[in-house]
Design a protein around this ligand. Structure first.
Ligand code: IPD
Ligand code: CA
Ligand code: CA
Ligand code: CA
Length: 284
């Protein structure tokens, strides 16, 4: 599928507009008492706002671009298989960082990526709490508001700050491995931060505020936009095995450069890999 650059500009413009609208909904729901449900664990939350925002985003795109496909976290039912084709596909996380949203902790965002030929062409991550609008077009750099982003040039783990997440599963075996991995990394770096939003973590790495982020168990909607934002800021996005990132494989590492990625990966591989893998989730 070929795309014209004028079309790409239009996709980005619409994505920014819809993210701003979604941001207003999220901000006005922030201080109001929320109806919260749990999904697969006590730490896997969803609110009416997640659902409302996703509906709003999908219906806007559907109206403007009726031939496009969609994968949205809250439209996918558990167990449904999620397949990504070459067709233009909007991958949407209406609120990345729902737990943060529930607690009014300011790291939650709307994450929107448009993939064509299975590659992200347009990315928007908007944190309405801080009014940070991250955008990227493939080949044209990444921005936060109007500032061009550039990753950090630290190339030694000893001098690096690493972003890592516990994820929302509370499976005891996975938790043990995750904590062990973090222990190894914290001993060899400046420290670890757990923000509660995969998309925000990737945007911070893209902004040179932290050197790497990795996570097992993520979904495509957590990383579809962040993937392009990190790459356009000069960073690398890989599978934790060191090979290319597979958007549907449910694991990721991104870093400011390959040296840092390799040093983190060597510590991930000292325990057996978590084989959470494959997007068996749901999708359309
Ligand atoms: C979650 C956040 C969190 C990550 C989880 C995700 P959600 O997304 O990105 O940082 O650790 O794996 O599920 O559920 O808040 O959209
Ligand atoms: Ca969720
Ligand atoms: Ca998410
Ligand atoms: Ca979400």
């Amino acid at each position: 599928i070929e795309v014209k650059s004028s079309d790409i500009d239009e996709y980005l413009r619409v994505a920014i507009d819809v993210a701003k609208e979604a941001g207003k909904v999220i901000c006005s729901a922030l201080e109001v008492e929320k109806r919260i449900e749990t999904k697969e664990s006590l730490a896997d939350l969803v609110t009416e706002t997640d659902q409302q925002v996703e509906k709003m985003i999908i219906s806007t795109f559907h109206q403007k671009f009726p031939t496009h496909c969609f994968i949205g976290e809250e439209s996918v039912s558990s167990g449904e298989k999620c397949t990504l084709t070459n067709a233009p596909t909007w991958i949407i996380d209406p609120i990345d960082g729902t737990t943060n949203f529930v607690h009014r902790f300011q790291f939650s965002c709307i994450s929107i990526g448009l993939l064509i030929n299975k590659r992200t062409e347009v990315a928007v991550v908007f944190n309405p709490n801080l009014d940070h609008m991250y955008t990227a077009k493939r080949g044209h750099g990444a921005y936060c508001n109007n500032t061009k982003l550039k990753v950090s040039d630290v190339n030694n783990l000893q001098n690096a700050l690493i972003l890592a997440e516990f994820g929302s599963s509370r499976d005891p075996e996975k938790m043990t491995k995750r904590v062990e991995t973090m222990h190894r990394i914290v001993n060899k770096s400046h420290g670890i931060r757990s923000l509660g939003s995969a998309a925000m973590a990737m945007c911070l790495v893209a902004s040179g505020r932290g050197e790497a982020y990795y996570e097992y168990g993520i979904h495509c909607w957590d990383v579809a936009a962040g993937d392009l934002i990190v790459r356009e800021a000069g960073g690398v996005v890989l599978d934790p095995s060191g090979s290319d990132m597979d958007m549907m494989a449910r694991r990721v590492i991104c870093a400011c450069n390959k040296d840092i990625a390799d040093q983190v990966i060597s510590l991930l591989q000292t325990v057996e890999f978590e084989r959470d893998s494959e997007e068996v989730v749901s999708g359309k």
